[in-house]
Design a protein around this ligand. Structure first.
Ligand SMILES: [Cu+2]
Length: 136
């Protein structure tokens, strides 16, 4: 009985490890030979995204991190691709989005400070992505 319990615990841990190992993609991604998907960080500082614009490769993830005390931010895409909701209420709060398109630019804003502070940004994905529009 005791032995079996130990074994199943070990097996569960090993399964978790192999899941994590597979998360890296294992080279099966068709995009950009030799480049692994990466995560790019955009900080929310006071009433602005920093950097405001980022350029990434298809399959990369953008992670927004609240880095100052100003509360009640959102990350809301103009094209409806993502909407964090009001989760940026304290420093350290994060929201992540993976971008699989190619040659696209996704413009986004903070619902709370969009009109008052011009709190906007853009994610350009892949080669040939159009330049962000005015204000982004
Ligand atoms: Cu905001």
């Amino acid at each position: 009985m005791f032995q079996a319990q130990r074994w199943s615990r070990w097996a569960a841990a090993a399964g978790l490890l192999s899941l994590l190992a597979c998360g890296g993609g294992g080279g099966s991604s068709p995009s950009e030979p030799g480049s692994m998907p990466k995560t790019v960080t955009v900080q929310i500082v006071d009433f602005a995204f920093n950097p405001k614009d980022v350029t990434i490769n298809p399959g990369d993830t953008v992670q927004w991190v609240q880095a100052s005390m100003t509360p009640t931010h959102t990350v809301t895409a103009e094209n409806g691709m993502f909407n964090s909701g009001m989760i940026f209420t304290k420093p350290g709060a994060t929201f992540s989005q993976t971008f699989n398109g190619n040659g696209i630019t996704v413009q986004y804003h903070c619902n709370t400070h969009w009109h008052t502070n011009g709190m906007q940004g853009a994610v350009s994905v892949g080669d040939g992505a159009p330049k962000p529009g005015p204000g982004y």
